[in-house]
Design a protein around this ligand. Structure first.
Ligand SMILES: *Cc1c(COP(=O)(O)O)cnc(C)c1O
Length: 394
């Protein structure tokens, strides 16, 4: 068989590769070149006129970027896509490449911190407005759609409170009002959730997280409907948020192991969540695949597995939360997630410290909330580390 006949995630993630060169390499080389040569004046003209496919300049396209994008398109079920220098450039380019002054976006509350900054600090300068919609009150969303609303932008599950949005419901809502549905799918990756199945128009990722999965690169990608990607590509080609070929190569290589990594991340996270539920020091455990999660049924419906993030509330408020973090010996204390190494964070004293207690409550961040990005270490050691830190922080 030829791999293109396969419908299977693993095969596509491994077998989609840039065309081999005369060297017959097995692993694709890194095309560290800023530009590509033309055979003659006629070919140069035809390439610039978009009459023939081909690379001109790495800000526009490059074989490594194209391979990475082609894979993500196949895995998400998208028609077309572009790679970007970071997850944030994917967010920004997917918005700024389409929206214009006077447009309005409906956004799920508790989006990634820098996305919040774009919406509140940068877009007002360009006359683009937004409204936050509460994930827990889906019945209010329809009434928040305005005459000038053009897009709905969401993250599901949310960070760090792991609330889910029903993508099937959302796909129908955006269709009813003819809105562009844009989903940041970075927490799930296409292995766990494929928003396009539910009518999503654009899917974006921070490749920095699970796609790389080993804490090495910053990168991003936007995939979706051809005509929207065309607009975004024009914007990106002339504003320049392109991904470096080196990082595209790493990301494409990493996708080869995404399925087995996501399986193990999810397995370790579920085991850790189950352990935490048995602990008296823990007031609440949040994990989409725990039957105690209020949206457990929905999680089972739209996610293949529960993902690698577990949040829990340690009893004793902000002081205990900080003490718990200081008691950890093995876990990394760093501002990232989706790595082979388990990472612990205390949002109330770090990423969300600028919010008031009321604002934190709105996005479901308790003073004692700890977010764990379960890594790929042995699960017995992950549990032991948490157990010991719970005791030490008493
Ligand atoms: C990290 C993250 C981003 C931003 O990605 P960068 O690669 O850091 O620019 C955007 N959205 C979500 C959900 C993220 O977790």
């Amino acid at each position: 068989m030829n791999y293109s006949e396969s419908e299977n995630f693993e095969t596509k993630a491994i077998r989609i590769q840039a065309e081999k060169t005369h060297n017959r390499e097995h692993s694709v080389p890194i095309y560290m070149t800023s530009s590509f040569t033309f055979d003659d004046a006629e070919q140069a003209r035809a390439l610039f006129a978009d009459e023939i496919p081909g690379n001109i300049y790495t800000r526009f396209s490059n074989p490594n970027n194209s391979e990475f994008v082609q894979k993500v398109c196949e895995l998400e079920g998208a028609e077309d896509g572009i790679a970007t220098a970071s997850g944030m450039s994917a967010v920004y380019t997917s918005l700024a490449g389409i929206l214009k002054s006077g447009d309005h976006i409906l956004v799920s509350r508790s989006v990634f911190g820098s996305t919040h900054q774009i919406l509140t600090q940068i877009f007002p300068r360009f006359g683009i407005e937004f409204t936050y919609a509460d994930i827990a009150k889906l019945e209010t969303w329809e009434s928040l759609i305005k005459k000038n609303t053009r897009m709905i932008f969401v993250e599901t599950p949310s960070n760090p409170s792991l609330d889910l949005i029903d993508l099937d419901w959302l796909g129908k809502l955006s269709k009813k009002y003819n809105l562009i549905l844009n989903v940041d799918n970075c927490f799930c990756t296409p292995y766990l959730q494929q928003p396009i199945k539910y009518g999503t128009d654009l899917v974006i990722h921070s490749g920095t997280k699970y796609m790389d999965g080993q804490g090495r690169v910053i990168g991003g990608v936007i995939v979706g409907k051809k005509e929207l990607i065309q607009e975004i590509r024009f914007f990106a080609r002339h504003t320049g948020p392109s991904l470096s070929p080196m990082n595209a190569w790493i990301l494409s290589k990493s996708l080869e192991t995404l399925s087995i990594r996501m399986e193990r991340h999810s397995h370790n996270a579920l085991k850790l969540a189950e352990f935490l539920e048995t602990q008296d020091d823990v007031a609440k455990v949040i994990y989409p695949f725990l039957p105690s999660h209020p949206q457990y049924e929905l999680a089972r419906r739209q996610m293949k597995l529960g993902g690698g993030i577990v949040s829990f509330i340690v009893k004793g408020g902000i002081d205990r939360g900080r003490k718990f973090l200081n008691s950890l010996e093995m876990f990394s204390h760093t501002a990232n997630l989706g790595d082979t190494r388990t990472i612990a964070t205390h949002p109330a004293s770090t990423t969300h410290s600028k919010l008031s207690e009321i604002e934190r409550a709105l996005v479901g961040i308790d003073a004692g909330l700890i977010r764990i990005s379960a890594g790929l270490e042995h699960i017995d050691d992950i549990i032991r580390e948490v157990k010991e830190a719970l005791i030490k922080s008493r």
